[in-house]
Design a protein around this ligand. Structure first.
Ligand SMILES: [Zn+2]
Ligand SMILES: [Zn+2]
Length: 325
């Protein structure tokens, strides 16, 4: 499924089977998770995709060919491909353990063709073995929703009472992890979305309500998953002294101005960007031990536009995953 220009639906296309280059493997894609970032690319809010582009950066499949120098995986190994597709290894960020901020980073399903396809190639150094115990479709959302959510959770710090603003693919995974870590979760959804509020409680949230509501207690930290900048200030107003409020999205509407006293008391507003390979290794080691259970709604590859529309409209709980073969 190919994006030819932002603002247009994806189109089915017959492309040549990609050949792995130096250090790359080819993956026969079984599943690819659908991410809100894919919507931002389709809508032109992230404005420099390669075009035409095969989107998709939560790829699960099996290795079917290896290029020169690629020897990390055997043919038939089950691997996952995340958003971070390549880094330079030599900029000040790469050299200080922050490859997520690499100046020249290339991203899967944005700079590099991704997994809305039957086959993809990827730099093997940026792929991960998929943990046992997760069927392919349930593993796919771990690769961005889980992994970048994990990085956001670490940036929030030791918060006991944690708020999740927007209870979608990422929050439904993080809720399980946070409860596992002994935190208390407060889940915020769109107004009237009682289905997702019930879903949050099922997954261990102590309280669930709409983002217009004030939670019953102050929050020690919050992650904002929805692309609405006013939720950053809502989360700040709900927060106790010392709270970190972290945006986990790659694009967000403007954050409204607010009085300094709401930030005073060592509260911070911050963002999480991308992932490091270390985040991936840590999270994929942790996920089976929680154990995280992902709830997925599956679509055939050719129905990618419908999956994206359903994501936009909030028509399912949990994550959407494309079945690619
Ligand atoms: Zn770099
Ligand atoms: Zn993503």
């Amino acid at each position: 499924m190919v994006l030819r220009a932002p603002g247009h639906p994806l189109e089915p296309a017959e492309l040549p089977v990609p050949e792995p280059g130096l250090g790359q493997v080819r993956i026969d894609v079984t599943c690819c998770g659908v991410c809100r970032t894919d919507l931002h690319i389709l809508d032109g809010e992230l404005d420099q995709p390669k075009l035409p582009l095969v989107p998709g950066h939560q790829i699960v499949g099996t290795v079917s060919a290896a290029g020169d120098g690629a020897d990390r995986y055997e043919i038939g190994d089950r691997i996952g491909v995340p958003w971070l597709g390549w880094t330079c290894g030599e900029c000040r960020y790469c050299l200080s353990g922050r490859e997520n901020l690499c100046d020249r980073a290339r991203f899967t399903g944005y700079d590099i063709d991704g997994g809305y396809a039957e086959a993809a190639v990827a730099d093997e150094r940026f792929c991960f073995p998929v943990p046992e115990g997760f069927p392919d479709d349930q593993a796919a959302p771990l690769l961005c929703a889980g992994l970048i959510g994990y990085r956001a959770l670490r940036l929030v710090g030791e918060a006991e009472r944690i708020g999740f603003y927007g209870f979608g693919s990422s929050a439904h995974i993080l809720c399980q992890l946070a409860v596992h870590e002994g935190r208390r979760v407060f889940a915020f959804t769109r107004e009237g979305d009682t289905a997702n509020q019930d879903f949050a409680r099922e997954l261990g949230a102590e309280w669930a309500g709409s983002s217009a509501e004030t939670p019953p207690e102050e929050l020690d930290g919050a992650i904002v998953f929805a692309a609405d900048g006013s939720l950053m200030t809502a989360a700040l107003r709900a927060s106790a002294k010392g709270a970190n409020v972290i945006s986990a999205g790659i694009h967000m509407s403007d954050i409204p101005s607010f009085p300094y006293e709401q930030l005073w008391g060592e509260r911070t507003l911050g963002s999480v960007a991308n992932l490091t390979r270390r985040d991936g290794e840590e999270f994929l080691d942790l996920a089976p031990r929680v154990p995280v259970r992902t709830q997925v709604t599956t679509y055939e590859l050719g129905d990618a536009n419908r999956a994206l529309d359903d994501l936009r409209a909030g028509r399912f709980s949990g994550a959407a995953v494309l079945l690619c073969r």
